[in-house]
Design a protein around this ligand. Sequence first.
Ligand code: NAD
Ligand code: UDP
Length: 329
Amino acid sequence: MNIRPETPAKNTILVAGGAGFVGSHLCEALLEQGHRVLCLDSFATGREDNILPLCSYDDFRMVRGDVRARLDLRETVDRVYNLASPASPPQYQADPIHTMLTNVQGTAHLLDLARDHGARFLQASTSEVYGDPEVHPQPETYPGRVNCTGPRACYDEGKRAAEALCFDHARAGLDVRVARIFNTYGPRMRPDDGRVVSNFLVQALRGQDITIYGKGQQTRSFCYVSDLVAGLIALMEVPTAPKTAINLGNPEEFTILELAQQVQALVPGDVDLVFRPLPTDDPQRRCPDISRARELLGWAPKVSLDQGLPQTAAWFAAAVGAKRSPQGA
Ligand code: NAD
Ligand code: UDP
């Protein structure tokens, strides 16, 4: 007997923050799967360039709007992904009240919309809910250590409040999934984004000094964007909503100094490392425990930093018109 695999249903999917770095890759993956995608974005940190490749799909529609305002959509949606929020520390600290309200009011509006449409909801939360952690690596059960009055609070506490809202709606019957995303990098990050991977690559490609904050002994774990997108879709589509947030990230951990040295090795020409003050409340260690994602979603990252960094460097080289070409790209 020839049993054909079931064709997945064509869903109408709202991606809030779809013109951003992660959101544009998510929209593209969903369009490739045959879904209809509505991208809602205010372009606070997103870019029209990110959505240009999506405009060739008949099933793509762009809706310009700010999630801090209540939303009315003409069509019914089956899924809502909420990625709307600045994510880079310099960008989310530039207008902290916008950041906090985007995360609290914006998430509330999108949860209401999902409830009214009978849609599934996925929240893009963050490893920042763990703050500067005393537990390493961080499992989802760790409640975190966040300074609620510091300059990162607009983002950390905004995301924590958004998670609380999500689980309140879940207890009231909405199908809600929460991803705690760890540092993710790849093509389509803004060259002036301010995060570490984009800063180091753009500096090296332009022949400028690489700026290390502090002594560079703090750690991060870097997930390539295609792995993250696969994890977000797996979490949205797993039949039963997990009862807790789920960490999504790459558990390979590097010091910031090691990252800088990898970038030096990748981009030809001499660039120096310079040391600058460590920002307030900068977390010292960060690495995800992804046991739950492995067990519940069958998901794990596939792209190592060795593989993802050259691809990202090649993309930045073209984006900034660099004369230096990265090795191995
Ligand atoms: P990004 O800044 O590139 O994308 C965010 C998008 O949200 C942008 O297109 C921006 O214009 C839009 N946006 C911001 N405020 C808005 C508002 N009020 N109304 C409508 N749109 C608004 O950031 P990213 O790296 O793509 O992050 C996407 C999501 O993933 C964010 O929610 C972020 O908190 C989360 N996240 C990302 C990372 C990461 O390393 N990339 C890590 C943890 C969590
Ligand atoms: N960082 C750095 N130089 C830079 C940008 C960032 O040393 O030019 C450090 C930053 O202090 C932090 C780490 O790199 O310790 C990751 O920073 P990023 O802004 O990418 O994300 P975070 O994980 O802090 O949200």
